[in-house]
Design a binder for this molecule. Structure first.
Ligand code: GLV
Ligand code: MN
Ligand code: MN
Ligand code: MN
Length: 400
């Protein structure tokens, strides 16, 4: 709730990565880390890491974490609950006088939400060696490359290799469910089985800006009409693929910019970004082929140029670690909590962490399943129950 006060006052709750507000939020997180007895550092990928040494350094690290950045007009829990969970677990261990054999880290990953640079999970990509030069060259609308932004928030794009970890033995992330399965079935805990694969594609249509009163329809090169047909196409193809079988498929156009955006000008340029998610990457391949072909045809029909069709990022679906899932299930059972296994349709830092270590997640219920909106809410007791499950699993892992 303290972090939630660090928001754009016009658009609660907004704390976009790479902004001054984000850094202010991080300073608060860092202070809380220090107060809990953690040593604090920033790695070269811009991740904020709190650490408490274990009794046996040779065992490596158990890490807990998520992110403190938000989507525009987002909520107070997405990501934040996972960071707070790590912090609370450190406090609980300290209050109980317990020192683990493993070193424990609490991580606030940089820019988990898609940033203005078009990329999500910047910090967890960096920590797992998945942040490449092409991604660092992505540019936000104001012209700043991601490479510079990373340097600005304390990372170092030229020494990213140093952020890549090989000493993490397990990663655990608590997150609000962002869906209604748990709430509608009165369950306390979701043990996440898998995380969807996400591909993001940018399309640009270049037409010609013209007078909206004097240019006859048949002489126009209207970029927005081509973009609008593409939005309809994305929805239609996604519905077809989702209906086909048991695999999950959704696709969204969440960014659409129109230039010059005036009521009396025929739109000269449109940019849109598609976010396609699935449990079966073959569906995404077919989706992209169809959208590529048909959006090109729409452009030709409307006499505009499709000047970009670019993959911004492409992450495969990820299965959570079976042994960690078992540890989480056992912990929930010991604590007398009602649980189920469920897949995640949202992306998470855990999906990237699974590239370097065993990773798993706990979901807790959130009101009406609402997320990526200011109404996002999770009860304190619901988050506490999830944190207790992770604490117990951490202690079990530490002994095993
Ligand atoms: C992150 O919130 C995502 O699933 O896009
Ligand atoms: Mn999140
Ligand atoms: Mn999110
Ligand atoms: Mn997310």
């Amino acid at each position: 709730m303290d972090l939630a006060e660090i928001t754009d006052p016009e658009r609660p709750y907004t704390r976009r990565s790479f902004t001054a507000l984000f850094l202010e939020g991080r300073a608060l997180v860092a202070r809380r880390f220090v107060e809990a007895g953690l040593s604090v550092r920033l790695d070269k990928a811009g991740n904020l890491i709190g650490r408490i040494e274990g009794r046996d350094p040779s065992l490596g690290v158990i890490a807990i974490g998520s992110h403190s950045d938000t989507v525009p007009s987002g909520g107070r829990f997405d990501g934040i609950a996972g960071v707070a969970t790590g912090l609370e677990i450190v406090r609980a261990l300290r209050d109980a006088g317990t020192r683990l054999d493993h070193t424990l880290e609490v991580i606030d990953f940089l820019a988990e939400e898609p940033s203005e640079y078009g990329l999500s999970c910047v910090g967890s990509r960096g920590m797992t060696g998945s942040l490449d030069g092409r991604m660092l060259d992505l540019v936000e609308p104001g012209g700043e490359p991601l490479r510079d932004a990373l340097g600005r928030v304390g990372g170092d794009p030229d020494r990213l290799g140093e952020a890549k970890r090989s000493d993490v033995r397990a990663f655990l992330e608590l997150h609000i469910e962002q869906g209604i399965v748990l709430e509608s079935q009165s369950l306390d805990i979701g043990v996440v089985s898998s995380i969807v694969g996400i591909r993001r594609i940018e399309i640009v249509f270049d037409g010609e800006a013209d007078h909206a009163g004097t240019t006859p329809l048949h002489l126009r090169h209207d970029a927005l009409v081509a973009a609008a047909q593409t939005v309809g196409l994305v929805r239609r193809v996604a519905e077809e693929l989702d209906r086909e079988g048991s695999d999950y498929f959704v696709a969204t156009v969440g960014i659409l910019t129109v230039e010059p955006s005036a009521s009396n000008i025929v739109p000269g340029r449109c940019r849109l970004v598609i976010d396609a998610r699935t449990t079966a990457p073959a569906l995404t391949t077919r989706f992209v082929e169809t959208v590529d072909r048909e959006s090109k045809a729409a452009a030709a029909r409307l006499r505009v140029r499709r000047s970009a069709f670019t993959t911004l990022s492409d992450g495969p679906p990820v299965a959570c670690d079976p042994d960690l899932q078992t540890a989480l299930r056992r912990a929930a059972e010991d604590l007398g909590l009602k649980q189920t296994d469920l897949p995640s349709g949202a992306g998470h830092d855990a999906a990237f962490m699974s590239r370097i270590c065993r990773s798993a997640m706990v979901f807790v219920p959130c009101r009406a399943g609402k997320s990526h909106a200011p109404e996002e809410w999770a009860d304190r007791d619901a988050v506490a129950a999830g944190a207790a499950v992770i604490l117990q699993a951490v202690q079990a892992l530490d002994r095993s």
